[in-house]
Design a protein around this ligand. Structure first.
Ligand SMILES: [Fe+2]
Length: 246
């Protein structure tokens, strides 16, 4: 983090107020359909924690990845209904809706062609790449989405090692109207120092559109809670980069 030390290095910071973000647009809270929440109880516990942190609205985005998480739109929406019914039953004051986190593969292209794509807030679609291999043909994929009036968001950009050390690709995508999302946990080093460094660079260069929790389990939110004084998080808030009006 040495190159960013001077830019960070704040002497005192206050607790970050998550109501600044308002909405979280990346999480895994539909029970039992991906590697996120395992039960309705666990989903409710996480939602209560989000509410305590100051969030008003949660857009959950279960994985859709061929051969790993073969979730259909109907399955996700019926799972969301279960959670919404429980929220109502327990009288919890938080908005909850579902879309998906689409892994960029051949079946995603088919889904775009069939208009079988779950969206949120003005037709936004969350897309992720492989962590191991730089994508191929992604410009065509984004173009196909945009031709159908979808607004693509690339999930956790800082976690793709093949883009580390530069913000060039983020700038290129943003110039084409694709939004860049960064995980909150990356700011605290949850995925390691390289990813933390890339997140810091993206924030410093103002190449981030959205901050998401990518919450899979309650420990992720406890980790957020423990890092409210984090320099990078507060600097991002000071810069007003993340006004998530979704
Ligand atoms: Fe995710």
């Amino acid at each position: 983090m040495s190159i960013l030390k001077n830019w960070l290095g704040r002497s005192s910071v206050s607790d970050f107020d998550f109501s600044k973000l308002g909405t979280d647009m990346h999480s895994h809270l539909i029970p039992g359909i991906d590697d996120g929440s395992n039960s309705l109880e666990e989903s409710i516990d996480m939602l209560l924690k989000f509410k305590n942190l100051g969030y008003k609205k949660i857009i959950t985005t279960p994985h859709i990845k061929t051969g790993v998480f073969d979730n259909s739109s109907d399955l996700i929406l019926s799972g969301a209904k279960l959670v919404q019914d429980e929220i109502k039953k327990r009288n919890i004051d938080i908005e909850f809706e579902a879309a998906a986190e689409y892994f960029y593969d051949f079946s995603f292209i088919e889904k775009i062609e069939k208009n079988d794509v779950l969206t949120f807030s003005n037709n936004h679609v969350l897309v992720e790449y492989s962590f191991n291999q730089a994508p191929m043909g992604e410009n065509e994929m984004f173009f196909a989405l945009q031709m159908k009036q979808y607004n693509p968001i690339l999930a956790h950009f800082e976690r793709y090692p093949y883009y580390h050390g530069s913000t060039r690709k983020a700038e290129e995508l943003r110039n084409k109207g694709i939004k860049i999302q960064v995980n909150l946990l990356s700011l605290f080093g949850h995925y390691g120092p390289q990813i933390q460094k890339q997140a810091a660079l993206l924030i410093k260069e103002r190449q981030v559109d959205l901050l998401g929790s990518d919450c899979h389990r309650i420990e992720h939110l406890q980790f957020l809670e423990k890092n409210l004084k984090n320099d990078l998080l507060n600097r991002a808030g000071d810069l007003g980069l993340f006004n998530n009006q979704l």
